[in-house]
Design a binder for this molecule. Structure first.
Ligand code: G4P
Length: 524
């Protein structure tokens, strides 16, 4: 075991379907972690932030969170970096990218609903990268489905071994507390709110007679029967299996009533992996590598629409970063000095003096840093695995005022740099095409074009259904482009893209052109 500072980092995200309780859990984790002092601050801060920015009107109108952020807190010597992921399904692309920057995740499930579509999608992204998952079954203070049913559903739908780590004594109106199997601790509701306010007792196990002093006879009998079955019927905890993403420990709780929060923090501290080695073109880079390296997984425009400053979010992968250090972005080739990096403590943004692998720092810049860029001291590393997803919706952008072409080009370049949209410049014709994975991104696009770039534009259907990045020899690409000039475009970086009328068309062309690969994701 190393004692290096990075070994004490836990960088994680919370994945869930909207309404399962992610915001509430985030808030309670930060509260427990001492990062905020009053419940409600996550939402309150969000509201204050929103008021500042025009384009975020959409957030207000739709009541969803479009932006994502980073929250850092420290507890018992462990530094937790919680990366917030936008929950709305239309923003999956942004969310996917954020998930490339974490080492583990908490999956929140509503006890009454089980695995919902968005949970499943996000889980699949985690699985692609073997991101280990701790499951939190939320809202046990309300009537939910039987625990066994939920556990079986997780096991079946996600093809994971499940290991119940705690068990509720009743649910809804009959809820009497939660028993933690490993520690033998029973936490119970108290006061008018029936929340967890510190009422807990210690027991030797589920058979401990002293439990009878704490629980109703009926509640205890049912609990013992269920808990016994649960312990016998499911896998026991295996750290290796969890870290490989084959097993998920499952905790029951209530974010609203603060049950299971301490257990969640303890589980992340004890089980979740410290910064993982990252795949690069030259093999994996481990956090103990001396050279400072990291990658940009997100770029966010400054909240102030008058200034075009952006913050690039970098996940540090190796070395100890020091303020003022010069790093070379892979997309730029020349070093930039990073004078005012930002650390994201939940209370406030703080200027970072040093950061360790696993930490996220915000780098203010004017558009030089892009999603997918690797930054390194010696320009020796290029991380792989940050995908650009094939857009599922393509639209032509039409200007109402044709004199604004230059502004539109700038806006589309900027917004695609930020990852809000993807942009394709057809080889023939003058209407640029934007691609997104969800409808909501288009609303964001139009609203930001207007608010930030004063460009009045609308979208019309494009004659394409999907896009594929082309790879192959120059000769093969040239020959293909000659035959398919009407369907060729370039992406923002000048890479050749085939704009297909249908996925059938993609399959057909792939068959006819075995020398070329038609890729649905562009690895950057
Ligand atoms: P999200 O970020 O995953 O979308 O969910 P969020 O935390 O906003 O929670 C969605 C709703 O579920 C909220 O109610 C929240 O209070 C409630 N909730 C979260 N955790 C629990 C829990 O453990 N038990 C119970 N009973 N409810 C929970 P809302 O009425 O939609 O919003 P609000 O008016 O309370 O903010």
């Amino acid at each position: 075991m190393t004692t290096a500072p990075w070994a004490k980092r836990r960088t994680f995200a919370i994945i869930s379907h909207p309404d399962a309780g992610k915001t509430t859990l985030t808030e309670k984790l930060l509260l427990q972690g001492g990062a905020i002092h009053l419940a409600g601050e996550v939402k309150a801060r969000g509201a204050a932030r929103r008021a500042r920015s025009d384009w975020m009107k959409i957030e207000q109108q739709r009541g969803i969170s479009v932006t994502s952020s980073v929250m850092t807190f420290e507890k018992d010597g462990i530094v937790f970096n919680l990366l917030d992921t936008p929950g709305h399904e239309d923003f999956s692309e942004d969310t996917y990218r954020t998930l490339t920057a974490v080492d583990s995740a908490i999956m929140v499930i509503d006890a009454a609903k089980g695995i919902e579509p968005q949970t499943l999608k996000l889980f699949e992204v985690c699985r692609l990268r073997s991101v280990p998952i701790i499951t939190f079954v939320n809202k046990v203070d309300r009537e939910g489905r039987p625990c066994f049913e939920i556990l079986d559903e997780v096991a079946d739908k996600l093809a994971l071994d499940v290991c119940p780590m705690s068990w509720p004594v009743g649910m809804g109106g009959e809820f009497e507390g939660i028993f933690d199997f490993a520690s033998g601790r029973l936490t119970q509701p108290s006061g008018d709110s029936k929340a967890y306010e510190g009422k807990s007792s210690q027991h030797s196990g589920i058979d401990d007679p002293s439990l009878a002093e704490k629980l109703s006879a009926q509640g205890l009998a049912k609990f013992r029967e269920e808990a016994e079955l649960a312990q016998a019927g499911y896998a026991s905890f295996d750290l290796e299996a969890y870290r490989h993403g084959d097993l998920t420990p499952v905790y029951f709780g209530s974010a609203l009533k603060e049950f299971g929060i301490e257990e969640m923090i303890a589980a992340i501290a004890r089980f979740a992996p410290p910064p993982r080695p990252q795949p690069s073109e030259a093999g994996t880079i481990t956090p103990d590598n001396n050279e400072v390296t990291g990658f940009i997984f997100k770029v966010q425009a400054n909240m102030d629409p008058q200034h075009r400053d952006r913050i690039a979010f970098m996940r540090l992968c190796s070395g100890t970063f020091k303020r003022g250090m010069k790093l070379t972005p892979s997309g730029l080739g020349k070093p930039v000095a990073i004078h005012s990096p930002i650390l994201f403590f939940a209370q406030d943004r703080e200027i970072a003096d040093t950061a360790e692998p696993g930490d996220i720092i915000g780098i203010p810049n004017h558009g030089t840093l892009r999603v997918g860029d690797t930054l390194s001291e010696k320009n020796s590393v290029r991380f792989t695995g940050l995908p650009n997803f094939a857009p599922e919706i393509l639209r032509r952008v039409v200007l109402r005022d044709p004199t604004k072409t230059k502004q539109l080009r700038k806006a589309l370049d900027d917004l695609s740099e930020e990852g809000v949209i993807q942009v394709f410049y057809p080889e023939i014709g003058s209407n640029w095409v934007v691609g997104v994975v969800g409808q909501l991104q288009l609303d964001v696009l139009i609203s930001r074009l207007e608010a930030e770039y004063k460009v009045d534009a609308f979208l019309e259907p494009a004659p394409y259904d999907t896009a594929r990045w082309l790879n192959g020899s120059d000769a093969a690409l040239r020959a293909f482009a000659q035959f398919n000039a009407g369907n060729m475009a370039k992406d923002r970086d000048g890479n050749p893209v085939f704009m297909a009328r249908s996925s059938w068309d993609v399959g057909y062309q792939q068959e006819k052109n075995p020398d070329l690969t038609f890729s649905a994701t562009k690895e950057r």
